[in-house]
Write a protein that binds this ligand. Structure first.
Ligand code: IMP
Ligand code: MG
Length: 184
């Protein structure tokens, strides 16, 4: 690996071609579903940006975009699922058909919180597409309608996902070398 962006990568878990092929399948399914309507794709910043941009460009129906940014309060909130909204939607979603676009569902707490917030705003429909879902014992059974890939319970980076802010621009999903991960 000679690219600077790949420094610390131990192995590629899902390569670029495999991701792109699966994104096209997910987009085709969304095309079918929203043939006569304009869905509002709600991207969860920042991790979902890579997936969102590829997904929307693979769709052929009209779509509208909006974004939310959330932040958990730290270790103690992992158990409660309380997250803070750092950036809210720019528009009223009452009566809209919403598709939440997520990078990865790990414990499920972030997504569950987001879905609770959005559901209270009375959308016509609330669905979720996640690129990755971890096979995690103890994860909460949160609604995910479409999943790109189910992966083992490992920390992954790339295609939007970061470690300490880096690696989001890898075009594949990878596992880092333990020596690239600084113990806190
Ligand atoms: P959850 O609330 O535990 O489901 O966590 C979801 C959020 O944690 C995701 O949207 C990611 O931002 C982050 N996250 C979870 N697992 C990973 C990972 O393996 N790599 C990078 N970020 C992750
Ligand atoms: Mg995220």
């Amino acid at each position: 690996m000679t690219e600077r962006r790949a420094a610390g990568v131990a192995r590629v878990l899902i390569d670029e071609a495999t991701i792109q092929a699966r994104v096209r399948e997910l987009a085709a399914a969304l095309d079918d579903r929203y043939r006569d309507d304009v869905p509002l794709l709600v991207g969860v910043l920042t991790g979902a940006v890579g997936f969102m941009t590829d997904l929307m460009r693979a769709m052929t129906v009209h779509v509208e975009l909006d974004f939310m940014a959330v932040s958990s309060y730290g270790a103690s909130t992992r158990s409660t699922g309380v997250v803070r909204i750092l950036k809210d939607l720019d528009q009223d979603v009452e009566g809209r058909r919403i598709v939440v676009v997520e990078d990865i569902v790990d414990s499920g707490l972030t997504l569950q919180y987001l879905l609770d917030v959005l559901a209270r705003r009375n959308p016509a429909e609330l669905r979720v597409v996640a690129l990755l879902k971890k096979e995690k014992p103890g994860a909460i059974p949160v609604q995910v309608d479409d999943v790109g890939f189910t992966i083992p319970d490992e920390f992954v980076v790339g295609y939007g996902l970061d470690y300490a802010g880096k690696y989001r621009n890898l075009p594949y999903i990878a596992v880092l070398d333990p020596s690239a991960i600084n113990p806190e």
